[in-house]
Design a protein around this ligand. Structure first.
Ligand code: AMP
Length: 489
Protein backbone atom coordinates (compact mmCIF):
# COMPACT_ATOMS: atom_id res chain seq x y z
CA UNK A 1 0.00 0.00 0.00
CA UNK A 2 1.19 3.49 -0.79
CA UNK A 3 1.34 6.14 1.88
CA UNK A 4 1.85 9.86 1.51
CA UNK A 5 4.36 11.65 3.64
CA UNK A 6 4.16 15.38 3.63
CA UNK A 7 6.77 17.97 4.31
CA UNK A 8 4.55 20.88 5.15
CA UNK A 9 5.82 24.32 4.35
CA UNK A 10 5.56 26.52 7.36
CA UNK A 11 5.82 30.17 7.78
CA UNK A 12 6.21 30.67 11.45
CA UNK A 13 7.32 32.84 14.29
CA UNK A 14 10.20 31.84 16.56
CA UNK A 15 11.20 33.31 19.89
CA UNK A 16 13.76 32.64 22.63
CA UNK A 17 14.89 34.05 25.96
CA UNK A 18 17.89 32.95 28.01
CA UNK A 19 18.49 33.09 31.75
CA UNK A 20 15.48 35.14 32.76
CA UNK A 21 13.39 34.48 35.89
CA UNK A 22 10.14 34.92 33.91
CA UNK A 23 11.23 33.00 30.81
CA UNK A 24 7.91 31.26 30.04
CA UNK A 25 5.87 34.41 30.47
CA UNK A 26 8.21 36.42 28.28
CA UNK A 27 8.09 33.75 25.60
CA UNK A 28 4.30 33.82 25.81
CA UNK A 29 4.17 37.55 25.17
CA UNK A 30 6.82 37.21 22.49
CA UNK A 31 4.67 34.64 20.69
CA UNK A 32 1.63 36.84 21.11
CA UNK A 33 3.43 39.53 19.11
CA UNK A 34 4.35 36.94 16.49
CA UNK A 35 0.86 35.50 16.17
CA UNK A 36 0.49 36.93 12.65
CA UNK A 37 3.27 34.57 11.51
CA UNK A 38 1.21 31.49 12.30
CA UNK A 39 -2.17 30.83 13.81
CA UNK A 40 -2.42 27.09 13.61
CA UNK A 41 -0.47 26.03 16.66
CA UNK A 42 1.81 27.38 19.35
CA UNK A 43 4.31 25.93 21.77
CA UNK A 44 6.87 26.84 24.41
CA UNK A 45 9.71 24.72 25.76
CA UNK A 46 11.47 25.83 28.91
CA UNK A 47 14.61 24.47 30.50
CA UNK A 48 16.58 24.72 33.64
CA UNK A 49 19.58 22.52 33.15
CA UNK A 50 18.60 19.04 32.10
CA UNK A 51 14.88 19.26 32.84
CA UNK A 52 12.82 20.40 29.88
CA UNK A 53 9.16 21.36 30.17
CA UNK A 54 6.90 21.84 27.21
CA UNK A 55 3.41 22.87 26.33
CA UNK A 56 2.36 22.65 22.69
CA UNK A 57 -1.09 22.62 21.21
CA UNK A 58 -3.14 23.48 18.18
CA UNK A 59 -4.69 26.94 18.40
CA UNK A 60 -3.89 30.59 18.94
CA UNK A 61 -1.39 31.62 21.60
CA UNK A 62 -3.96 32.60 24.29
CA UNK A 63 -5.98 29.44 23.60
CA UNK A 64 -2.94 27.22 23.91
CA UNK A 65 -1.62 28.69 27.16
CA UNK A 66 -4.72 28.57 29.31
CA UNK A 67 -5.04 28.00 33.04
CA UNK A 68 -1.88 26.83 34.67
CA UNK A 69 0.02 26.11 31.48
CA UNK A 70 2.56 28.91 31.89
CA UNK A 71 3.12 28.33 35.61
CA UNK A 72 4.12 24.76 34.84
CA UNK A 73 6.75 25.84 32.36
CA UNK A 74 9.57 26.19 34.86
CA UNK A 75 13.08 27.28 34.04
CA UNK A 76 15.06 30.38 33.15
CA UNK A 77 15.44 29.52 29.47
CA UNK A 78 12.60 29.31 26.96
CA UNK A 79 11.97 29.04 23.26
CA UNK A 80 8.64 29.27 21.49
CA UNK A 81 7.00 28.86 18.14
CA UNK A 82 3.82 29.86 16.33
CA UNK A 83 3.02 27.91 13.23
CA UNK A 84 0.85 27.74 10.21
CA UNK A 85 1.19 24.95 7.71
CA UNK A 86 -0.78 23.55 4.84
CA UNK A 87 -3.75 21.29 5.46
CA UNK A 88 -3.09 17.60 5.84
CA UNK A 89 -0.08 18.11 8.00
CA UNK A 90 -2.07 20.14 10.45
CA UNK A 91 -1.95 18.01 13.55
CA UNK A 92 -0.54 18.17 17.03
CA UNK A 93 2.33 15.80 16.31
CA UNK A 94 3.88 18.54 14.17
CA UNK A 95 3.57 21.33 16.72
CA UNK A 96 6.88 22.98 17.54
CA UNK A 97 9.25 23.42 19.32
CA UNK A 98 10.35 19.83 18.80
CA UNK A 99 12.34 18.18 21.59
CA UNK A 100 14.69 15.21 21.51
CA UNK A 101 16.65 13.47 24.18
CA UNK A 102 19.71 12.19 22.36
CA UNK A 103 23.36 11.34 22.78
CA UNK A 104 24.10 15.07 23.07
CA UNK A 105 21.53 15.63 25.79
CA UNK A 106 18.20 17.33 25.35
CA UNK A 107 17.70 19.64 22.40
CA UNK A 108 14.63 21.68 21.47
CA UNK A 109 14.20 23.45 18.16
CA UNK A 110 11.89 26.09 16.69
CA UNK A 111 12.20 26.64 12.94
CA UNK A 112 10.90 29.26 10.55
CA UNK A 113 11.49 28.50 6.89
CA UNK A 114 11.54 25.60 4.53
CA UNK A 115 14.41 23.21 3.84
CA UNK A 116 14.76 22.69 0.11
CA UNK A 117 16.70 19.44 0.44
CA UNK A 118 14.40 17.93 3.06
CA UNK A 119 13.27 14.90 1.06
CA UNK A 120 16.82 13.87 0.14
CA UNK A 121 18.07 14.27 3.70
CA UNK A 122 15.16 12.43 5.20
CA UNK A 123 15.54 9.55 2.79
CA UNK A 124 19.22 9.36 3.59
CA UNK A 125 18.59 9.42 7.33
CA UNK A 126 15.85 6.83 7.13
CA UNK A 127 18.10 4.61 5.05
CA UNK A 128 20.55 4.85 7.95
CA UNK A 129 17.88 3.66 10.39
CA UNK A 130 16.61 6.97 11.78
CA UNK A 131 12.98 6.94 12.86
CA UNK A 132 11.00 10.14 12.46
CA UNK A 133 8.25 11.21 14.84
CA UNK A 134 6.81 14.01 12.70
CA UNK A 135 6.41 14.92 9.07
CA UNK A 136 8.10 18.31 9.33
CA UNK A 137 11.46 19.12 7.86
CA UNK A 138 12.66 20.68 11.12
CA UNK A 139 13.02 17.21 12.64
CA UNK A 140 15.73 16.46 10.10
CA UNK A 141 17.89 19.10 11.80
CA UNK A 142 17.62 17.25 15.11
CA UNK A 143 18.56 13.94 13.51
CA UNK A 144 21.59 15.50 11.87
CA UNK A 145 22.63 17.09 15.17
CA UNK A 146 22.41 13.75 16.95
CA UNK A 147 24.67 11.90 14.54
CA UNK A 148 27.88 10.61 16.10
CA UNK A 149 31.09 12.53 15.43
CA UNK A 150 33.05 11.13 12.51
CA UNK A 151 36.34 12.68 13.57
CA UNK A 152 37.73 14.04 16.81
CA UNK A 153 37.36 17.64 15.63
CA UNK A 154 33.84 17.24 14.22
CA UNK A 155 31.46 20.06 14.99
CA UNK A 156 27.94 18.65 14.76
CA UNK A 157 26.26 22.06 14.79
CA UNK A 158 28.35 23.44 11.93
CA UNK A 159 28.08 20.21 9.96
CA UNK A 160 24.32 20.20 10.36
CA UNK A 161 23.88 23.82 9.40
CA UNK A 162 26.04 23.31 6.33
CA UNK A 163 24.14 20.19 5.31
CA UNK A 164 20.68 21.71 5.28
CA UNK A 165 19.66 24.02 2.47
CA UNK A 166 16.97 26.59 1.87
CA UNK A 167 15.34 28.87 4.38
CA UNK A 168 15.94 28.50 8.08
CA UNK A 169 15.79 30.89 10.96
CA UNK A 170 16.27 28.67 13.99
CA UNK A 171 16.08 29.10 17.73
CA UNK A 172 17.33 26.12 19.72
CA UNK A 173 17.70 25.23 23.35
CA UNK A 174 20.16 22.73 24.78
CA UNK A 175 20.71 21.98 28.45
CA UNK A 176 23.27 24.78 28.66
CA UNK A 177 22.70 27.10 25.75
CA UNK A 178 20.31 28.97 23.53
CA UNK A 179 21.30 28.99 19.87
CA UNK A 180 20.12 31.23 17.03
CA UNK A 181 20.89 30.45 13.40
CA UNK A 182 20.01 32.18 10.16
CA UNK A 183 20.56 30.53 6.79
CA UNK A 184 23.30 32.01 4.61
CA UNK A 185 20.84 33.72 2.27
CA UNK A 186 18.90 35.18 5.19
CA UNK A 187 15.51 34.31 3.68
CA UNK A 188 13.58 34.83 6.91
CA UNK A 189 14.14 37.47 9.58
CA UNK A 190 15.66 36.87 13.01
CA UNK A 191 16.47 39.59 15.50
CA UNK A 192 18.57 39.77 18.60
CA UNK A 193 17.60 41.84 21.61
CA UNK A 194 18.24 42.37 25.30
CA UNK A 195 15.79 42.34 28.14
CA UNK A 196 16.96 43.20 31.66
CA UNK A 197 20.48 42.45 30.46
CA UNK A 198 19.48 38.98 29.13
CA UNK A 199 19.53 37.88 25.50
CA UNK A 200 16.33 37.41 23.54
CA UNK A 201 15.78 36.20 19.98
CA UNK A 202 12.72 36.83 17.88
CA UNK A 203 11.56 36.45 14.30
CA UNK A 204 10.63 40.10 14.36
CA UNK A 205 11.53 43.13 16.41
CA UNK A 206 7.86 43.93 17.16
CA UNK A 207 8.03 41.24 19.87
CA UNK A 208 10.81 43.20 21.60
CA UNK A 209 8.57 46.25 21.79
CA UNK A 210 5.89 44.26 23.53
CA UNK A 211 8.17 42.72 26.14
CA UNK A 212 10.06 46.03 26.42
CA UNK A 213 13.34 44.56 25.28
CA UNK A 214 15.94 46.60 23.49
CA UNK A 215 16.54 45.74 19.83
CA UNK A 216 20.25 45.00 19.41
CA UNK A 217 20.55 43.94 15.77
CA UNK A 218 19.44 41.41 13.16
CA UNK A 219 21.11 38.02 13.31
CA UNK A 220 23.19 38.15 10.13
CA UNK A 221 22.63 35.75 7.23
CA UNK A 222 24.79 32.69 7.85
CA UNK A 223 25.42 33.63 11.46
CA UNK A 224 25.25 31.31 14.45
CA UNK A 225 24.83 32.96 17.84
CA UNK A 226 25.36 30.89 20.95
CA UNK A 227 24.19 32.25 24.26
CA UNK A 228 25.21 30.61 27.50
CA UNK A 229 26.16 31.62 31.03
CA UNK A 230 29.35 33.21 29.70
CA UNK A 231 27.48 35.51 27.34
CA UNK A 232 27.00 35.50 23.58
CA UNK A 233 29.34 34.11 20.93
CA UNK A 234 28.87 34.62 17.23
CA UNK A 235 30.26 32.91 14.17
CA UNK A 236 29.83 33.31 10.43
CA UNK A 237 29.18 29.73 9.33
CA UNK A 238 29.24 30.55 5.61
CA UNK A 239 32.04 33.07 5.00
CA UNK A 240 32.06 32.30 1.25
CA UNK A 241 28.36 32.72 0.72
CA UNK A 242 27.85 36.25 -0.52
CA UNK A 243 24.45 36.06 -2.21
CA UNK A 244 21.75 37.40 0.09
CA UNK A 245 18.11 36.66 -0.52
CA UNK A 246 15.82 38.16 2.08
CA UNK A 247 12.19 37.50 1.21
CA UNK A 248 10.88 40.83 -0.07
CA UNK A 249 7.32 39.66 0.63
CA UNK A 250 8.13 40.09 4.33
CA UNK A 251 8.17 43.84 3.63
CA UNK A 252 5.17 43.70 1.30
CA UNK A 253 2.86 41.68 3.50
CA UNK A 254 4.12 39.17 5.94
CA UNK A 255 6.01 41.00 8.69
CA UNK A 256 4.27 43.33 11.04
CA UNK A 257 4.46 47.01 10.08
CA UNK A 258 5.90 47.84 13.50
CA UNK A 259 8.93 45.61 12.91
CA UNK A 260 12.29 46.78 11.67
CA UNK A 261 14.30 44.55 9.33
CA UNK A 262 17.75 45.38 7.96
CA UNK A 263 17.38 48.83 9.48
CA UNK A 264 14.17 49.56 7.56
CA UNK A 265 10.77 50.02 9.15
CA UNK A 266 8.30 47.69 7.52
CA UNK A 267 5.72 50.45 7.95
CA UNK A 268 7.84 52.93 6.07
CA UNK A 269 8.59 50.50 3.23
CA UNK A 270 4.83 49.96 2.75
CA UNK A 271 4.15 53.70 2.68
CA UNK A 272 6.90 54.03 0.07
CA UNK A 273 5.37 51.19 -1.95
CA UNK A 274 2.11 53.14 -2.00
CA UNK A 275 3.83 56.37 -2.98
CA UNK A 276 5.66 54.56 -5.77
CA UNK A 277 2.40 52.98 -6.89
CA UNK A 278 0.96 56.49 -7.26
CA UNK A 279 3.95 57.53 -9.39
CA UNK A 280 3.58 54.46 -11.58
CA UNK A 281 -0.23 54.44 -11.81
CA UNK A 282 -1.83 57.89 -11.76
CA UNK A 283 -5.60 57.43 -11.71
CA UNK A 284 -8.40 59.97 -11.51
CA UNK A 285 -10.52 58.93 -8.57
CA UNK A 286 -12.51 60.27 -5.63
CA UNK A 287 -11.02 58.15 -2.90
CA UNK A 288 -8.34 55.61 -2.05
CA UNK A 289 -9.65 52.68 0.00
CA UNK A 290 -7.40 50.08 1.58
CA UNK A 291 -8.27 46.42 1.86
CA UNK A 292 -7.71 46.15 5.61
CA UNK A 293 -5.32 45.41 7.10
CA UNK A 294 -2.90 44.28 4.43
CA UNK A 295 -3.54 47.27 2.16
CA UNK A 296 -3.70 49.99 4.84
CA UNK A 297 -0.20 51.38 4.55
CA UNK A 298 0.28 51.22 0.79
CA UNK A 299 -3.12 52.89 0.37
CA UNK A 300 -2.04 55.63 2.74
CA UNK A 301 1.18 56.08 0.76
CA UNK A 302 -0.84 56.31 -2.46
CA UNK A 303 -3.12 58.91 -0.93
CA UNK A 304 -0.22 60.98 0.43
CA UNK A 305 1.54 60.97 -2.92
CA UNK A 306 -1.52 61.54 -5.13
CA UNK A 307 -3.51 63.84 -2.89
CA UNK A 308 -6.60 61.64 -3.34
CA UNK A 309 -8.46 61.33 0.00
CA UNK A 310 -7.99 58.16 2.03
CA UNK A 311 -11.14 56.46 3.29
CA UNK A 312 -11.49 53.35 5.39
CA UNK A 313 -14.64 52.30 3.54
CA UNK A 314 -14.19 48.67 4.53
CA UNK A 315 -14.78 48.09 8.21
CA UNK A 316 -13.06 45.09 9.59
CA UNK A 317 -14.51 42.64 12.07
CA UNK A 318 -11.53 42.05 14.32
CA UNK A 319 -12.83 38.81 15.67
CA UNK A 320 -12.31 36.92 12.44
CA UNK A 321 -8.95 35.36 11.63
CA UNK A 322 -7.00 35.86 8.44
CA UNK A 323 -9.20 34.79 5.54
CA UNK A 324 -6.34 33.18 3.75
CA UNK A 325 -5.71 30.77 6.55
CA UNK A 326 -8.86 28.72 6.15
CA UNK A 327 -8.50 25.26 4.69
CA UNK A 328 -11.04 25.11 1.89
CA UNK A 329 -11.95 27.48 -0.91
CA UNK A 330 -15.62 27.47 0.19
CA UNK A 331 -14.97 28.62 3.73
CA UNK A 332 -12.32 31.02 2.50
CA UNK A 333 -14.79 32.96 0.36
CA UNK A 334 -17.34 33.06 3.17
CA UNK A 335 -14.66 34.31 5.49
CA UNK A 336 -13.74 37.10 3.15
CA UNK A 337 -17.31 38.41 3.45
CA UNK A 338 -17.64 37.98 7.18
CA UNK A 339 -14.38 39.80 7.80
CA UNK A 340 -15.10 43.10 6.09
CA UNK A 341 -18.20 45.22 5.72
CA UNK A 342 -18.58 48.23 3.47
CA UNK A 343 -19.77 51.71 4.44
CA UNK A 344 -21.97 51.72 1.34
CA UNK A 345 -23.09 55.37 1.43
CA UNK A 346 -19.48 56.49 1.26
CA UNK A 347 -18.78 54.91 -2.11
CA UNK A 348 -22.10 55.41 -3.91
CA UNK A 349 -21.51 57.20 -7.22
CA UNK A 350 -17.77 57.50 -6.46
CA UNK A 351 -14.69 56.46 -8.40
CA UNK A 352 -12.82 54.25 -5.98
CA UNK A 353 -9.23 52.99 -5.94
CA UNK A 354 -8.79 49.93 -3.77
CA UNK A 355 -5.30 49.02 -2.66
CA UNK A 356 -4.18 45.61 -1.46
CA UNK A 357 -0.75 44.09 -1.02
CA UNK A 358 -1.24 41.11 -3.32
CA UNK A 359 -3.53 38.97 -5.39
CA UNK A 360 -2.98 35.28 -4.93
CA UNK A 361 -6.03 33.34 -6.06
CA UNK A 362 -8.08 36.51 -6.53
CA UNK A 363 -10.77 35.61 -3.99
CA UNK A 364 -10.29 38.71 -1.84
CA UNK A 365 -10.20 41.28 -4.64
CA UNK A 366 -13.08 39.72 -6.52
CA UNK A 367 -15.40 39.85 -3.54
CA UNK A 368 -14.37 43.41 -2.65
CA UNK A 369 -15.04 44.68 -6.14
CA UNK A 370 -18.42 42.98 -6.25
CA UNK A 371 -19.43 44.55 -2.95
CA UNK A 372 -18.29 48.01 -4.12
CA UNK A 373 -20.17 47.73 -7.38
CA UNK A 374 -23.31 46.50 -5.64
CA UNK A 375 -23.09 49.55 -3.39
CA UNK A 376 -23.13 51.79 -6.46
CA UNK A 377 -19.46 52.73 -6.91
CA UNK A 378 -19.08 54.38 -10.32
CA UNK A 379 -15.70 52.82 -11.00
CA UNK A 380 -13.40 50.46 -9.11
CA UNK A 381 -9.68 50.51 -9.84
CA UNK A 382 -7.46 47.88 -8.24
CA UNK A 383 -3.89 48.63 -7.28
CA UNK A 384 -1.50 46.06 -5.86
CA UNK A 385 1.60 47.09 -3.95
CA UNK A 386 3.87 44.45 -5.50
CA UNK A 387 4.30 42.79 -8.91
CA UNK A 388 2.10 39.86 -10.01
CA UNK A 389 2.70 36.61 -8.15
CA UNK A 390 3.58 34.14 -10.87
CA UNK A 391 5.64 31.52 -9.05
CA UNK A 392 5.20 29.56 -5.85
CA UNK A 393 7.48 29.95 -2.86
CA UNK A 394 9.70 27.12 -1.74
CA UNK A 395 11.24 29.08 1.13
CA UNK A 396 8.40 29.18 3.62
CA UNK A 397 5.60 31.46 2.43
CA UNK A 398 2.36 29.68 1.81
CA UNK A 399 1.47 30.35 -1.79
CA UNK A 400 -0.48 27.75 -3.67
CA UNK A 401 1.09 25.94 -6.60
CA UNK A 402 1.24 27.77 -9.91
CA UNK A 403 -1.97 26.32 -11.21
CA UNK A 404 -3.87 28.31 -8.57
CA UNK A 405 -1.86 31.53 -8.77
CA UNK A 406 -4.04 33.87 -10.77
CA UNK A 407 -1.18 35.84 -12.33
CA UNK A 408 0.65 32.69 -13.41
CA UNK A 409 -2.20 31.86 -15.71
CA UNK A 410 -3.63 35.18 -16.85
CA UNK A 411 -2.48 38.56 -18.14
CA UNK A 412 -3.27 41.72 -16.13
CA UNK A 413 -6.10 42.47 -18.62
CA UNK A 414 -7.60 39.03 -18.10
CA UNK A 415 -7.24 39.38 -14.34
CA UNK A 416 -8.98 42.75 -14.47
CA UNK A 417 -11.86 41.20 -16.37
CA UNK A 418 -12.00 38.18 -14.07
CA UNK A 419 -12.17 40.42 -11.02
CA UNK A 420 -14.77 42.72 -12.55
CA UNK A 421 -12.59 45.82 -12.06
CA UNK A 422 -12.34 48.90 -14.27
CA UNK A 423 -8.56 48.79 -14.24
CA UNK A 424 -5.72 47.00 -12.50
CA UNK A 425 -2.19 48.12 -11.77
CA UNK A 426 0.71 46.36 -10.08
CA UNK A 427 3.78 47.94 -8.57
CA UNK A 428 6.86 47.24 -10.69
CA UNK A 429 9.67 45.08 -9.33
CA UNK A 430 12.04 48.07 -9.44
CA UNK A 431 9.48 50.21 -7.62
CA UNK A 432 9.01 47.60 -4.92
CA UNK A 433 12.76 47.27 -4.37
CA UNK A 434 13.21 51.05 -4.32
CA UNK A 435 10.62 51.30 -1.54
CA UNK A 436 12.80 49.15 0.72
CA UNK A 437 15.82 51.41 0.28
CA UNK A 438 18.02 48.39 -0.40
CA UNK A 439 19.65 46.97 -3.53
CA UNK A 440 17.93 44.33 -5.65
CA UNK A 441 20.70 41.85 -4.79
CA UNK A 442 19.53 41.85 -1.17
CA UNK A 443 16.34 40.01 -2.01
CA UNK A 444 14.65 36.82 -3.02
CA UNK A 445 11.92 37.73 -5.50
CA UNK A 446 11.38 34.22 -6.84
CA UNK A 447 7.60 34.44 -6.44
CA UNK A 448 7.61 37.33 -8.92
CA UNK A 449 10.39 36.46 -11.35
CA UNK A 450 11.05 32.73 -10.96
CA UNK A 451 14.70 33.34 -10.06
CA UNK A 452 15.17 30.85 -7.19
CA UNK A 453 18.36 31.64 -5.25
CA UNK A 454 18.67 28.10 -3.86
CA UNK A 455 17.91 25.12 -6.05
CA UNK A 456 15.14 22.96 -4.75
CA UNK A 457 14.65 19.28 -5.08
CA UNK A 458 12.00 19.29 -7.72
CA UNK A 459 12.16 21.44 -10.80
CA UNK A 460 8.55 20.61 -11.54
CA UNK A 461 6.43 21.89 -8.73
CA UNK A 462 6.83 22.52 -5.05
CA UNK A 463 3.94 20.21 -4.23
CA UNK A 464 6.30 17.41 -5.13
CA UNK A 465 8.78 18.61 -2.55
CA UNK A 466 6.12 18.43 0.06
CA UNK A 467 4.86 15.02 -0.84
CA UNK A 468 6.70 11.86 -1.41
CA UNK A 469 5.42 8.38 -1.62
CA UNK A 470 6.72 5.53 0.46
CA UNK A 471 5.85 1.84 0.36
CA UNK A 472 4.42 0.83 3.65
CA UNK A 473 6.09 -2.35 4.76
CA UNK A 474 4.21 -5.59 5.34
CA UNK A 475 6.05 -7.44 8.10
CA UNK A 476 3.68 -10.35 7.47
CA UNK A 477 4.88 -10.65 3.88
CA UNK A 478 8.43 -10.60 5.09
CA UNK A 479 7.66 -13.36 7.55
CA UNK A 480 6.04 -15.38 4.76
CA UNK A 481 9.37 -15.45 3.03
CA UNK A 482 10.69 -17.35 6.01
CA UNK A 483 8.34 -20.14 5.00
CA UNK A 484 9.44 -22.59 7.60
CA UNK A 485 8.66 -20.23 10.48
CA UNK A 486 5.53 -18.42 9.27
CA UNK A 487 2.06 -19.79 8.94
CA UNK A 488 -1.26 -18.04 8.46
CA UNK A 489 -3.69 -19.07 11.18
P1 AMP B 1 -6.42 35.94 -2.62
O1 AMP B 1 -7.74 36.30 -2.06
O2 AMP B 1 -6.24 34.47 -2.78
O3 AMP B 1 -6.09 36.67 -3.88
O4 AMP B 1 -5.33 36.34 -1.54
C1 AMP B 1 -4.93 37.65 -1.44
C2 AMP B 1 -5.09 38.14 -0.03
O5 AMP B 1 -4.45 37.26 0.89
C3 AMP B 1 -4.46 39.49 0.11
O6 AMP B 1 -5.38 40.33 0.76
C4 AMP B 1 -3.22 39.26 0.95
O7 AMP B 1 -3.14 40.25 1.95
C5 AMP B 1 -3.40 37.91 1.57
N1 AMP B 1 -2.20 37.06 1.38
C6 AMP B 1 -1.33 37.06 0.39
N2 AMP B 1 -0.41 36.10 0.55
C7 AMP B 1 -0.70 35.47 1.68
C8 AMP B 1 -0.11 34.37 2.38
N3 AMP B 1 0.94 33.74 1.93
N4 AMP B 1 -0.69 34.02 3.53
C9 AMP B 1 -1.77 34.63 3.99
N5 AMP B 1 -2.37 35.64 3.37
C10 AMP B 1 -1.85 36.07 2.22
Amino acid sequence: MKGIQEFPKHYCGVFGVFDHPNAAEIAYYGLYALQHRGQESAGIVTADGSTFHSHREMGLVPQVFKGNALAELKGRNAIGHTRYSTTGASHVQNVQPLIVDCNRGKIAIAHNGNLTNAAILREELEAGGNIFQTTIDSEIILHLLARPNLTADSNPLLETIRRIQGAFSLVMLTEKEMIGVRDPHGFRPLSLGKLDGKWVLSSESCAFDLIQAEFVRDVRPGEIVIIDEKGMRSMDAFPDQKRRAFCIFEYVYFSRPDSKIAGVNVYDSRIQMGRQLAREHAIEADMVVPVPDSGNYAALGYSLESGIPYHMAFVRNHYVGRSFLQPSQTTRSLDVRVKLNLVSDLVKGKRVIIVDDSIVRGTTSQSRIKILKEAGAEAVHVLISCPPHKFSCVYGIDFPDRSKLLAANASPEEICQHLGADSIGYLSQEGMVKATNQPEEAFCMACYNGDYPVAYESNVDKEIIERRTVDSVSFGDLLDKEASQSKLI
